[in-house]
Design a protein around this ligand. Sequence first.
Ligand code: GDP
Ligand code: IMO
Ligand code: MG
Length: 422
Amino acid sequence: MNTIIAGLQWGDEGKGKIVDYLTSSADVVIRSQGGNNAGHTVITNGTKYILHLLPSGILWDDKVNVIGNGVVIDPVGLVAEIQRIESQGVAVTPAKLLISDRAHIVLPIHKELDAAREIGLGEHKIGTTKRGIGPAYADKINRCGLRVADFHDSAFVTERITRRVAEANEILARYELPTFEADAVCAEVFTAFERLRPHVTNTIAVLHAAWKAKQTLLFEGAQGTLLDVDFGTYPFVTSSNTTAGGACTGSGLPPMAIQRVIGVCKAYTTRVGSGPFPTVDEGLSDYLHGLGREFGATTGRPRGCGWLDTVLLRFACMVNGVTGLAVTNVDGLDAYETLQICTGYQIGGVLHTLPPAERDAWDQAVPVYESLPGWKSDTTGCTRYADLPAEAQAYLARLAELCGAPIAFVGVGPDRAQTLAV
Ligand code: GDP
Ligand code: IMO
Ligand code: MG
């Protein structure tokens, strides 16, 4: 069975952990969108790994990992990530990691252009990860991007980088940001690319061969549905389709290759960066930060935390076609006496059960809550769904009912072993 893992909130739902859990029964793990704005945490046998561009299956010796055509690759960042993960004892060989020849490249200038754009937006800034994701996807759509396959022609790459550096420098100078020397950019990018070259291939052909051979494919989504450039809280979104459809366009596999969509959400809600967040709750944020939790895996920024929002989840289950939910961080609510679930928003006297499209509607959205009793006990040692306290099972059942999708997995701690199949 081939499976898409999709984030249902604003990212950081615990996708890495669920992908890792399901990788034991997969042959190929595929990233199909986003870039190193992602930060996926996997903890196994007490060792913590944070993956940005590498698919989480890299931690397994016998799995093939694909960075698909829909991903934007920062070659310098990817080489640094490979070195980091190799220093943790994980081999990154051409047999284990395949990079699409059609993927687009994030250049050092894109990161600075990302920063410049944020400065230009002032108080309306997106709160990006400053990894150059937006500017790189903009070049792709503007048809002036560089692709992995272009590197067979170094003269073309040099010419393209030189032109883009000159254009970028004009913008950067306006913001008094550091400008670039084209020669230095070329040298840095070409050096990084040499480490990656043995991994480059036509991943579309490889994936189709794996599909025909009935291998098991696992798509590792990055970001989350409310950060999707079409379905998210625009403009406070990322620059790719983070939802299930992105798995197809970003890999070259057709929809009929996929049988299952697991939507990952936390038992509460978090968000990092700017943008609307109707159920944000200072008390819950302070409590989770006090436990050392909910700091971004990529930027270290504290994530805002709030109550479970089923307006978002209902919509996310629809657009992803979720067949099963993976609810992580249930243990984060262990200490609470009473829990709130948002079932709708009141906007200008009208009840909404789906997210609004208008930006100003978000500012007026007042969450409608339903209270449920907490379980006030430690769930981190539970090894079966049936071990969960009755109140936790009731909370999850209500979540599933409000979202219209069944619970498939539950997370009660960050370790690989703390995942319960339902
Ligand atoms: P991703 O981007 O969706 O892969 O999620 P991140 O790794 O950015 O953030 C999820 C955080 O929650 C990480 O610190 C994980 O180690 C942690 N995590 C995942 N599942 C659970 C869980 O069930 N319980 C607890 N306590 N932590 C979890
Ligand atoms: P994973 O895969 C959480 C957010 C940023 C910002 C917005 C746009 O770990 O869930 P970008 O750098 O993409 O242009 O930033 O999107 N963002 C994420 N938030 N998890 C992520 O990835 C994110 N990737 C981007 O904080 O609000
Ligand atoms: Mg993350």
